[in-house]
Design a protein around this ligand. Structure first.
Ligand code: XMP
Length: 514
Protein backbone atom coordinates (compact mmCIF):
# COMPACT_ATOMS: atom_id res chain seq x y z
CA UNK A 1 0.00 0.00 0.00
CA UNK A 2 1.22 3.50 -0.83
CA UNK A 3 0.88 6.06 1.95
CA UNK A 4 -0.22 9.60 1.33
CA UNK A 5 3.01 11.52 1.85
CA UNK A 6 4.19 15.06 2.35
CA UNK A 7 7.78 15.78 1.36
CA UNK A 8 9.61 18.38 3.42
CA UNK A 9 12.36 20.09 1.44
CA UNK A 10 15.18 20.80 3.84
CA UNK A 11 16.58 24.29 3.39
CA UNK A 12 18.66 23.90 6.54
CA UNK A 13 16.13 25.11 9.10
CA UNK A 14 16.49 24.03 12.68
CA UNK A 15 12.83 22.97 12.85
CA UNK A 16 12.85 20.99 9.62
CA UNK A 17 12.57 17.60 11.29
CA UNK A 18 9.92 18.90 13.61
CA UNK A 19 7.70 19.59 10.58
CA UNK A 20 8.05 15.96 9.48
CA UNK A 21 7.29 14.73 12.92
CA UNK A 22 4.16 16.90 13.32
CA UNK A 23 2.82 15.54 10.05
CA UNK A 24 3.45 11.95 11.13
CA UNK A 25 1.64 12.72 14.40
CA UNK A 26 -1.43 13.27 12.22
CA UNK A 27 -1.19 9.83 10.65
CA UNK A 28 0.28 11.10 7.39
CA UNK A 29 3.71 9.96 6.30
CA UNK A 30 6.42 12.54 5.80
CA UNK A 31 9.96 12.36 4.49
CA UNK A 32 12.67 14.98 4.71
CA UNK A 33 14.38 15.41 1.34
CA UNK A 34 17.22 17.67 0.14
CA UNK A 35 16.07 21.11 -0.98
CA UNK A 36 17.37 20.61 -4.53
CA UNK A 37 15.42 17.41 -5.19
CA UNK A 38 14.54 17.24 -8.90
CA UNK A 39 11.04 16.93 -10.30
CA UNK A 40 12.03 13.55 -11.79
CA UNK A 41 13.19 12.34 -8.38
CA UNK A 42 9.85 13.26 -6.89
CA UNK A 43 8.14 11.31 -9.67
CA UNK A 44 10.43 8.42 -8.82
CA UNK A 45 9.46 8.61 -5.13
CA UNK A 46 5.85 8.50 -6.23
CA UNK A 47 6.34 4.86 -7.13
CA UNK A 48 6.74 4.08 -3.42
CA UNK A 49 4.66 6.82 -1.86
CA UNK A 50 1.71 8.84 -2.87
CA UNK A 51 3.26 12.32 -2.77
CA UNK A 52 0.41 14.73 -2.05
CA UNK A 53 2.21 17.94 -1.14
CA UNK A 54 5.49 19.70 -0.51
CA UNK A 55 6.67 21.88 2.34
CA UNK A 56 9.61 24.24 1.90
CA UNK A 57 11.26 24.47 5.31
CA UNK A 58 12.86 27.48 6.92
CA UNK A 59 16.58 28.00 6.70
CA UNK A 60 19.36 30.30 7.83
CA UNK A 61 20.06 31.86 4.42
CA UNK A 62 18.73 35.10 3.01
CA UNK A 63 17.08 34.75 -0.40
CA UNK A 64 19.61 37.36 -1.55
CA UNK A 65 22.67 35.37 -0.54
CA UNK A 66 24.84 34.51 -3.49
CA UNK A 67 24.65 30.86 -2.47
CA UNK A 68 21.03 30.92 -1.26
CA UNK A 69 19.65 27.38 -1.67
CA UNK A 70 16.98 27.24 -4.38
CA UNK A 71 14.67 24.41 -5.38
CA UNK A 72 14.31 22.98 -8.89
CA UNK A 73 12.50 25.85 -10.68
CA UNK A 74 10.09 23.39 -12.32
CA UNK A 75 8.81 22.30 -8.95
CA UNK A 76 6.24 25.09 -8.82
CA UNK A 77 4.75 23.76 -12.06
CA UNK A 78 4.14 20.27 -10.70
CA UNK A 79 0.57 21.10 -9.66
CA UNK A 80 1.37 19.71 -6.22
CA UNK A 81 0.24 21.79 -3.25
CA UNK A 82 3.16 23.69 -1.70
CA UNK A 83 3.52 25.35 1.67
CA UNK A 84 6.52 27.60 2.25
CA UNK A 85 7.50 28.31 5.85
CA UNK A 86 9.71 31.25 6.82
CA UNK A 87 12.64 31.03 4.35
CA UNK A 88 10.36 28.83 2.20
CA UNK A 89 7.75 31.61 2.29
CA UNK A 90 10.28 34.24 1.24
CA UNK A 91 11.63 31.98 -1.46
CA UNK A 92 8.25 31.44 -3.13
CA UNK A 93 7.52 35.16 -2.90
CA UNK A 94 10.86 35.96 -4.51
CA UNK A 95 10.50 33.28 -7.21
CA UNK A 96 7.12 34.80 -8.07
CA UNK A 97 8.64 38.27 -8.40
CA UNK A 98 7.67 39.68 -5.02
CA UNK A 99 9.67 42.19 -3.03
CA UNK A 100 11.63 40.53 -0.24
CA UNK A 101 14.06 42.62 1.75
CA UNK A 102 15.84 42.67 5.05
CA UNK A 103 13.39 43.99 7.61
CA UNK A 104 14.32 47.18 9.48
CA UNK A 105 13.99 44.99 12.56
CA UNK A 106 14.69 41.27 12.76
CA UNK A 107 11.91 39.38 14.42
CA UNK A 108 12.50 36.52 16.86
CA UNK A 109 9.95 35.06 19.18
CA UNK A 110 6.25 35.40 19.84
CA UNK A 111 4.37 37.75 17.50
CA UNK A 112 0.76 38.47 16.74
CA UNK A 113 -0.51 38.40 13.18
CA UNK A 114 -3.82 39.62 11.81
CA UNK A 115 -5.58 37.10 9.64
CA UNK A 116 -7.18 38.96 6.74
CA UNK A 117 -8.65 35.95 5.00
CA UNK A 118 -9.13 32.70 6.94
CA UNK A 119 -9.03 30.31 3.99
CA UNK A 120 -7.01 27.26 3.00
CA UNK A 121 -4.13 26.79 5.43
CA UNK A 122 -5.64 29.46 7.68
CA UNK A 123 -9.19 28.09 7.64
CA UNK A 124 -11.06 28.37 10.92
CA UNK A 125 -8.55 30.67 12.58
CA UNK A 126 -9.34 33.82 14.55
CA UNK A 127 -8.65 37.42 13.55
CA UNK A 128 -5.53 37.60 15.74
CA UNK A 129 -3.18 34.65 16.00
CA UNK A 130 -0.21 34.11 18.30
CA UNK A 131 2.69 32.78 16.24
CA UNK A 132 6.42 32.10 16.46
CA UNK A 133 8.56 34.20 14.15
CA UNK A 134 12.27 33.93 13.54
CA UNK A 135 13.41 35.83 10.46
CA UNK A 136 15.64 38.55 9.10
CA UNK A 137 14.08 39.05 5.65
CA UNK A 138 10.50 40.13 5.12
CA UNK A 139 8.10 39.89 2.19
CA UNK A 140 6.90 43.43 1.43
CA UNK A 141 4.89 42.82 -1.74
CA UNK A 142 3.81 39.82 -3.73
CA UNK A 143 2.92 39.48 -7.40
CA UNK A 144 -0.58 39.90 -8.80
CA UNK A 145 -1.17 36.16 -9.02
CA UNK A 146 -1.11 35.94 -5.23
CA UNK A 147 -3.31 37.32 -2.48
CA UNK A 148 -2.30 38.31 1.04
CA UNK A 149 -3.92 36.23 3.77
CA UNK A 150 -2.32 37.77 6.86
CA UNK A 151 -0.12 40.67 7.96
CA UNK A 152 1.57 41.99 11.06
CA UNK A 153 3.08 45.32 12.10
CA UNK A 154 6.48 44.40 10.68
CA UNK A 155 5.32 42.08 7.97
CA UNK A 156 2.89 43.31 5.28
CA UNK A 157 2.78 39.85 3.62
CA UNK A 158 2.90 37.45 6.58
CA UNK A 159 0.86 34.81 4.73
CA UNK A 160 -0.17 34.42 1.12
CA UNK A 161 -1.94 32.15 -1.31
CA UNK A 162 -1.75 31.77 -5.07
CA UNK A 163 -5.07 32.81 -6.56
CA UNK A 164 -5.51 29.67 -8.68
CA UNK A 165 -2.98 27.15 -7.44
CA UNK A 166 -2.65 25.46 -4.02
CA UNK A 167 0.54 27.36 -3.16
CA UNK A 168 0.81 28.97 0.27
CA UNK A 169 3.39 30.78 2.34
CA UNK A 170 3.56 31.52 6.07
CA UNK A 171 6.23 33.78 7.50
CA UNK A 172 5.97 32.04 10.87
CA UNK A 173 6.64 28.51 12.15
CA UNK A 174 3.44 26.50 12.66
CA UNK A 175 5.47 23.43 13.68
CA UNK A 176 6.65 24.84 17.02
CA UNK A 177 4.32 24.70 19.98
CA UNK A 178 4.66 28.46 20.59
CA UNK A 179 2.43 28.98 17.56
CA UNK A 180 -0.83 28.50 19.37
CA UNK A 181 -2.84 27.05 16.48
CA UNK A 182 0.14 25.75 14.53
CA UNK A 183 -1.12 22.19 14.46
CA UNK A 184 -4.45 23.41 13.03
CA UNK A 185 -2.53 25.20 10.24
CA UNK A 186 -0.54 22.11 9.36
CA UNK A 187 -3.67 19.98 9.51
CA UNK A 188 -5.39 22.41 7.16
CA UNK A 189 -2.54 22.00 4.74
CA UNK A 190 -2.34 18.22 4.85
CA UNK A 191 -6.06 17.45 4.98
CA UNK A 192 -7.86 20.45 3.41
CA UNK A 193 -5.33 21.52 0.80
CA UNK A 194 -3.50 18.26 0.01
CA UNK A 195 -6.51 16.02 0.74
CA UNK A 196 -4.33 13.42 2.47
CA UNK A 197 -5.86 10.40 4.13
CA UNK A 198 -4.40 9.56 7.54
CA UNK A 199 -3.41 6.05 6.45
CA UNK A 200 0.04 5.84 8.05
CA UNK A 201 0.97 4.35 11.44
CA UNK A 202 4.17 4.01 13.45
CA UNK A 203 4.10 0.28 12.60
CA UNK A 204 4.67 1.23 8.96
CA UNK A 205 7.81 3.06 9.93
CA UNK A 206 9.10 -0.11 11.59
CA UNK A 207 8.60 -2.01 8.32
CA UNK A 208 10.41 0.74 6.44
CA UNK A 209 13.37 0.80 8.83
CA UNK A 210 13.67 -2.99 8.71
CA UNK A 211 13.59 -2.90 4.90
CA UNK A 212 16.27 -0.24 4.83
CA UNK A 213 18.58 -2.26 7.07
CA UNK A 214 18.01 -5.29 4.85
CA UNK A 215 18.83 -3.26 1.76
CA UNK A 216 21.95 -1.73 3.33
CA UNK A 217 23.45 -4.85 4.86
CA UNK A 218 22.24 -7.50 2.39
CA UNK A 219 23.93 -10.79 3.24
CA UNK A 220 26.78 -9.06 5.06
CA UNK A 221 27.57 -9.19 8.77
CA UNK A 222 26.80 -6.30 11.05
CA UNK A 223 27.72 -5.36 14.58
CA UNK A 224 26.06 -3.09 17.11
CA UNK A 225 27.12 -1.87 20.54
CA UNK A 226 24.19 -2.62 22.82
CA UNK A 227 24.18 -0.63 26.03
CA UNK A 228 20.72 -1.48 27.32
CA UNK A 229 19.64 2.13 26.75
CA UNK A 230 16.55 2.67 24.65
CA UNK A 231 18.19 3.81 21.40
CA UNK A 232 20.69 1.00 21.02
CA UNK A 233 18.04 -1.49 22.20
CA UNK A 234 15.53 -0.39 19.55
CA UNK A 235 18.19 -0.37 16.83
CA UNK A 236 19.23 -3.88 17.89
CA UNK A 237 15.69 -5.27 17.68
CA UNK A 238 15.09 -3.68 14.27
CA UNK A 239 18.39 -5.04 12.97
CA UNK A 240 17.60 -8.44 14.39
CA UNK A 241 14.30 -8.42 12.47
CA UNK A 242 16.15 -7.39 9.33
CA UNK A 243 19.21 -9.61 9.31
CA UNK A 244 18.77 -12.11 12.17
CA UNK A 245 21.90 -14.07 12.88
CA UNK A 246 24.05 -11.91 10.67
CA UNK A 247 23.81 -9.38 13.47
CA UNK A 248 26.14 -9.45 16.45
CA UNK A 249 25.14 -7.27 19.37
CA UNK A 250 27.99 -6.56 21.76
CA UNK A 251 27.25 -5.74 25.35
CA UNK A 252 30.43 -4.60 27.06
CA UNK A 253 30.12 -5.41 30.74
CA UNK A 254 32.82 -3.15 32.12
CA UNK A 255 31.69 -3.87 35.63
CA UNK A 256 30.16 -0.44 36.19
CA UNK A 257 26.61 -1.31 35.24
CA UNK A 258 23.83 -1.14 37.79
CA UNK A 259 22.65 -4.11 39.83
CA UNK A 260 21.08 -6.80 37.61
CA UNK A 261 21.58 -4.78 34.44
CA UNK A 262 23.88 -7.20 32.59
CA UNK A 263 21.60 -10.14 33.45
CA UNK A 264 18.57 -8.15 32.33
CA UNK A 265 20.14 -7.29 28.98
CA UNK A 266 21.17 -10.91 28.44
CA UNK A 267 17.69 -12.15 29.26
CA UNK A 268 15.88 -9.53 27.17
CA UNK A 269 17.98 -9.85 24.04
CA UNK A 270 18.65 -13.55 24.35
CA UNK A 271 15.09 -13.98 23.09
CA UNK A 272 15.74 -12.29 19.76
CA UNK A 273 17.29 -13.83 16.70
CA UNK A 274 20.83 -12.45 16.78
CA UNK A 275 24.26 -13.25 18.16
CA UNK A 276 24.62 -11.66 21.54
CA UNK A 277 28.18 -11.32 22.77
CA UNK A 278 28.60 -10.26 26.36
CA UNK A 279 32.17 -9.14 26.86
CA UNK A 280 33.03 -9.89 30.48
CA UNK A 281 35.82 -7.39 30.87
CA UNK A 282 35.37 -6.22 34.43
CA UNK A 283 38.90 -7.09 35.54
CA UNK A 284 40.43 -5.53 32.45
CA UNK A 285 38.71 -2.21 33.15
CA UNK A 286 39.50 -2.23 36.84
CA UNK A 287 43.17 -2.88 36.24
CA UNK A 288 43.37 -0.06 33.64
CA UNK A 289 41.77 2.26 36.15
CA UNK A 290 43.87 1.26 39.12
CA UNK A 291 45.01 4.32 41.05
CA UNK A 292 43.36 6.76 38.61
CA UNK A 293 41.65 9.53 40.54
CA UNK A 294 41.15 12.30 38.00
CA UNK A 295 37.57 12.13 36.61
CA UNK A 296 38.55 13.15 33.09
CA UNK A 297 41.26 10.50 32.97
CA UNK A 298 38.78 7.91 34.22
CA UNK A 299 36.32 8.82 31.48
CA UNK A 300 38.99 8.76 28.82
CA UNK A 301 40.36 5.37 29.82
CA UNK A 302 36.89 3.84 29.95
CA UNK A 303 35.92 5.31 26.56
CA UNK A 304 39.08 4.09 24.88
CA UNK A 305 39.01 0.66 26.42
CA UNK A 306 35.39 0.30 25.40
CA UNK A 307 36.31 0.98 21.79
CA UNK A 308 39.23 -1.47 21.91
CA UNK A 309 36.97 -4.27 23.22
CA UNK A 310 34.39 -3.51 20.58
CA UNK A 311 37.01 -3.48 17.81
CA UNK A 312 38.45 -6.80 18.91
CA UNK A 313 35.06 -8.44 18.64
CA UNK A 314 34.24 -6.75 15.32
CA UNK A 315 37.53 -8.05 13.91
CA UNK A 316 36.91 -11.54 15.24
CA UNK A 317 33.53 -11.89 13.62
CA UNK A 318 34.50 -10.00 10.46
CA UNK A 319 31.71 -7.44 10.68
CA UNK A 320 31.50 -5.21 7.63
CA UNK A 321 28.63 -3.03 8.73
CA UNK A 322 28.22 -0.98 11.85
CA UNK A 323 24.71 -0.27 13.10
CA UNK A 324 24.10 2.46 15.63
CA UNK A 325 21.11 3.87 17.43
CA UNK A 326 21.87 7.51 16.67
CA UNK A 327 18.65 9.53 16.87
CA UNK A 328 17.88 12.89 15.33
CA UNK A 329 18.87 15.10 18.30
CA UNK A 330 22.26 13.33 18.42
CA UNK A 331 22.94 14.55 14.91
CA UNK A 332 22.32 18.20 15.46
CA UNK A 333 24.76 20.17 17.46
CA UNK A 334 22.28 20.62 20.23
CA UNK A 335 22.87 23.07 23.01
CA UNK A 336 22.93 20.16 25.41
CA UNK A 337 25.83 18.51 23.67
CA UNK A 338 27.78 21.68 23.06
CA UNK A 339 27.30 22.74 26.61
CA UNK A 340 28.11 19.50 28.32
CA UNK A 341 30.98 18.58 26.05
CA UNK A 342 32.87 21.59 27.24
CA UNK A 343 32.50 20.44 30.78
CA UNK A 344 33.04 16.71 30.53
CA UNK A 345 34.21 14.25 27.96
CA UNK A 346 31.01 12.41 27.28
CA UNK A 347 31.39 8.84 26.32
CA UNK A 348 28.40 7.58 24.52
CA UNK A 349 28.22 4.16 22.97
CA UNK A 350 26.45 5.60 19.94
CA UNK A 351 29.04 7.30 17.78
CA UNK A 352 32.02 5.09 18.53
CA UNK A 353 35.09 6.35 16.73
CA UNK A 354 36.62 3.01 15.81
CA UNK A 355 39.77 2.41 13.83
CA UNK A 356 37.98 -0.20 11.76
CA UNK A 357 36.85 0.74 8.28
CA UNK A 358 33.27 -0.41 7.96
CA UNK A 359 31.62 -0.63 4.55
CA UNK A 360 28.79 1.43 5.90
CA UNK A 361 27.41 2.87 9.10
CA UNK A 362 23.69 2.19 9.28
CA UNK A 363 21.55 4.46 11.45
CA UNK A 364 17.93 3.34 11.28
CA UNK A 365 16.69 5.83 13.92
CA UNK A 366 18.42 8.86 12.44
CA UNK A 367 15.22 10.85 11.81
CA UNK A 368 13.38 10.08 15.03
CA UNK A 369 12.90 11.98 18.25
CA UNK A 370 13.18 10.30 21.63
CA UNK A 371 9.46 9.96 22.20
CA UNK A 372 9.02 8.43 18.75
CA UNK A 373 11.74 5.93 19.62
CA UNK A 374 9.77 5.14 22.79
CA UNK A 375 6.66 4.49 20.68
CA UNK A 376 8.64 2.19 18.40
CA UNK A 377 10.07 0.41 21.46
CA UNK A 378 6.56 -0.15 22.79
CA UNK A 379 5.33 -1.55 19.50
CA UNK A 380 8.36 -3.84 19.35
CA UNK A 381 7.43 -5.12 22.79
CA UNK A 382 10.56 -4.02 24.59
CA UNK A 383 10.18 -4.14 28.38
CA UNK A 384 9.22 -0.91 30.14
CA UNK A 385 12.49 -0.99 32.07
CA UNK A 386 14.14 -0.18 28.75
CA UNK A 387 11.47 2.14 27.40
CA UNK A 388 11.52 4.35 30.47
CA UNK A 389 15.09 3.80 31.60
CA UNK A 390 16.60 6.95 33.13
CA UNK A 391 19.67 8.32 31.36
CA UNK A 392 22.79 6.48 32.42
CA UNK A 393 26.30 7.69 31.58
CA UNK A 394 28.46 5.52 29.32
CA UNK A 395 31.20 5.16 31.98
CA UNK A 396 28.47 4.00 34.34
CA UNK A 397 29.00 3.76 38.06
CA UNK A 398 32.70 4.50 37.60
CA UNK A 399 31.84 8.19 37.59
CA UNK A 400 29.65 7.72 40.65
CA UNK A 401 32.50 6.48 42.81
CA UNK A 402 34.50 9.58 43.57
CA UNK A 403 38.24 9.14 43.28
CA UNK A 404 40.02 5.80 42.87
CA UNK A 405 37.98 2.73 42.01
CA UNK A 406 37.99 -0.56 43.82
CA UNK A 407 35.73 -3.57 43.51
CA UNK A 408 34.46 -2.96 47.04
CA UNK A 409 33.50 0.64 46.28
CA UNK A 410 31.70 -0.29 43.08
CA UNK A 411 29.71 -2.92 45.02
CA UNK A 412 28.73 -0.33 47.65
CA UNK A 413 27.48 2.19 45.11
CA UNK A 414 25.60 -0.55 43.27
CA UNK A 415 23.71 -1.47 46.41
CA UNK A 416 23.00 2.15 47.31
CA UNK A 417 21.85 2.87 43.76
CA UNK A 418 19.42 -0.04 43.88
CA UNK A 419 17.92 1.24 47.13
CA UNK A 420 17.45 4.76 45.71
CA UNK A 421 15.80 3.32 42.62
CA UNK A 422 13.52 1.01 44.57
CA UNK A 423 12.35 3.68 46.99
CA UNK A 424 11.75 6.32 44.30
CA UNK A 425 9.86 3.85 42.17
CA UNK A 426 7.74 2.76 45.13
CA UNK A 427 6.98 6.39 46.03
CA UNK A 428 5.36 7.08 42.65
CA UNK A 429 7.56 10.15 42.15
CA UNK A 430 9.48 8.66 39.25
CA UNK A 431 7.41 10.21 36.46
CA UNK A 432 8.55 13.75 37.22
CA UNK A 433 12.19 12.97 37.77
CA UNK A 434 15.01 13.05 35.26
CA UNK A 435 17.47 10.98 37.27
CA UNK A 436 17.79 9.51 40.75
CA UNK A 437 20.93 7.78 41.93
CA UNK A 438 23.57 7.36 44.61
CA UNK A 439 27.16 8.55 44.62
CA UNK A 440 29.88 7.08 46.79
CA UNK A 441 31.98 9.99 47.99
CA UNK A 442 35.62 9.65 49.01
CA UNK A 443 34.85 10.98 52.47
CA UNK A 444 34.42 8.90 55.57
CA UNK A 445 32.47 9.95 58.65
CA UNK A 446 31.76 8.79 62.13
CA UNK A 447 28.49 7.22 63.15
CA UNK A 448 27.01 4.95 65.74
CA UNK A 449 25.54 1.60 64.88
CA UNK A 450 24.10 -0.45 67.73
CA UNK A 451 26.21 0.57 70.68
CA UNK A 452 29.42 0.82 68.80
CA UNK A 453 31.15 3.66 67.06
CA UNK A 454 31.12 3.22 63.33
CA UNK A 455 33.38 4.85 60.82
CA UNK A 456 32.26 4.50 57.26
CA UNK A 457 31.62 6.01 53.86
CA UNK A 458 29.42 8.97 53.07
CA UNK A 459 26.90 8.27 50.31
CA UNK A 460 25.31 11.20 48.50
CA UNK A 461 21.86 10.89 46.99
CA UNK A 462 21.31 12.87 43.80
CA UNK A 463 17.77 13.32 42.50
CA UNK A 464 17.07 15.89 39.81
CA UNK A 465 14.32 17.27 37.63
CA UNK A 466 15.26 18.36 34.15
CA UNK A 467 13.98 18.56 30.59
CA UNK A 468 17.09 18.22 28.51
CA UNK A 469 19.89 17.84 31.08
CA UNK A 470 21.32 21.21 30.12
CA UNK A 471 19.98 22.62 33.33
CA UNK A 472 18.55 20.70 36.26
CA UNK A 473 17.06 21.35 39.67
CA UNK A 474 17.50 19.16 42.70
CA UNK A 475 14.14 17.54 43.38
CA UNK A 476 12.23 18.55 46.48
CA UNK A 477 11.58 15.01 47.56
CA UNK A 478 9.33 14.50 50.63
CA UNK A 479 11.38 13.94 53.78
CA UNK A 480 9.68 10.60 54.40
CA UNK A 481 11.06 9.23 51.14
CA UNK A 482 14.54 10.58 51.86
CA UNK A 483 14.32 9.11 55.36
CA UNK A 484 13.43 5.70 53.96
CA UNK A 485 16.36 5.87 51.55
CA UNK A 486 18.81 6.95 54.21
CA UNK A 487 17.64 4.34 56.74
CA UNK A 488 17.84 1.54 54.23
CA UNK A 489 21.28 2.53 52.97
CA UNK A 490 22.82 2.73 56.45
CA UNK A 491 21.06 -0.44 57.61
CA UNK A 492 21.68 -2.58 54.57
CA UNK A 493 25.18 -1.47 53.65
CA UNK A 494 27.47 -1.86 56.67
CA UNK A 495 30.30 0.13 55.05
CA UNK A 496 28.17 3.30 54.93
CA UNK A 497 27.91 5.52 58.00
CA UNK A 498 26.13 8.55 56.62
CA UNK A 499 23.82 9.65 53.81
CA UNK A 500 23.59 13.22 52.51
CA UNK A 501 21.22 14.76 49.97
CA UNK A 502 22.67 16.89 47.19
CA UNK A 503 20.78 20.20 47.08
CA UNK A 504 22.68 21.83 44.22
CA UNK A 505 21.09 22.85 40.95
CA UNK A 506 22.78 22.59 37.56
CA UNK A 507 24.36 25.06 37.03
CA UNK A 508 26.46 25.60 39.08
CA UNK A 509 26.84 21.82 39.65
CA UNK A 510 26.56 19.17 36.96
CA UNK A 511 24.15 16.28 37.34
CA UNK A 512 26.81 13.62 37.75
CA UNK A 513 29.46 14.19 40.38
CA UNK A 514 32.38 13.47 38.09
P1 XMP B 1 26.16 16.25 33.52
O1 XMP B 1 26.78 15.49 34.61
O2 XMP B 1 27.14 16.74 32.48
O3 XMP B 1 25.24 15.21 32.74
O4 XMP B 1 25.26 17.35 34.01
C1 XMP B 1 24.23 15.53 31.84
C2 XMP B 1 23.52 14.26 31.44
O5 XMP B 1 24.39 13.42 30.67
C3 XMP B 1 24.56 12.16 31.29
N1 XMP B 1 25.96 11.80 31.10
C4 XMP B 1 26.40 11.00 30.10
N2 XMP B 1 25.73 10.37 29.12
N3 XMP B 1 27.75 9.46 28.34
C5 XMP B 1 26.42 9.59 28.24
O6 XMP B 1 25.82 8.98 27.34
C6 XMP B 1 28.49 10.06 29.30
O7 XMP B 1 29.70 9.95 29.36
C7 XMP B 1 27.77 10.89 30.23
N4 XMP B 1 28.14 11.64 31.29
C8 XMP B 1 27.00 12.20 31.81
C9 XMP B 1 24.19 12.39 32.74
O8 XMP B 1 23.78 11.18 33.37
C10 XMP B 1 23.10 13.42 32.63
O9 XMP B 1 21.85 12.82 32.29
Amino acid sequence: MKYDTILVLDFGGQYCHLIGRRIRENGVYSEIVPYDIKVEEIMQLNKRFHVKGLIFSGGPASVYDFKAPKPDPHILEMKLPILGLCYGHQLIARMAGGKVEPAPQKEFGIAYVTIDKPVGVLKGLGRKEKVWMSHGDTVFTISQEYEVLAHSGNCPVAAFKHKNKPIYGLQWHPEVTHTENGMQMLRNFIFEVCKCKPNWKMENLIEKMVDEIKADVGDGKAIIALSGGIDSSVATVLASKAIGENLTAVFVDHGFMRENEPEFVKETFGKFKLNLVVAEVQERFLSKLKGVVDPEKKRKIIGEEFIRVFEEIANEIGAEYFIQGTIYPDRIESGFRKFSDKIKTHHNVAGLPTKIEFKKIVEPLRDLYKDEVRKVANILGLPKEIVFRQPFPGPGLAVRVIGGLTKEKVEIVKKADLIVREEIEKSGLKENLWQYFAVLTDTKATGVKGDARAYGYVVAVRIVESREAMTASFAKIPYEVLEKISTRITNEIPEVARVVYDITHKPPATIEWE
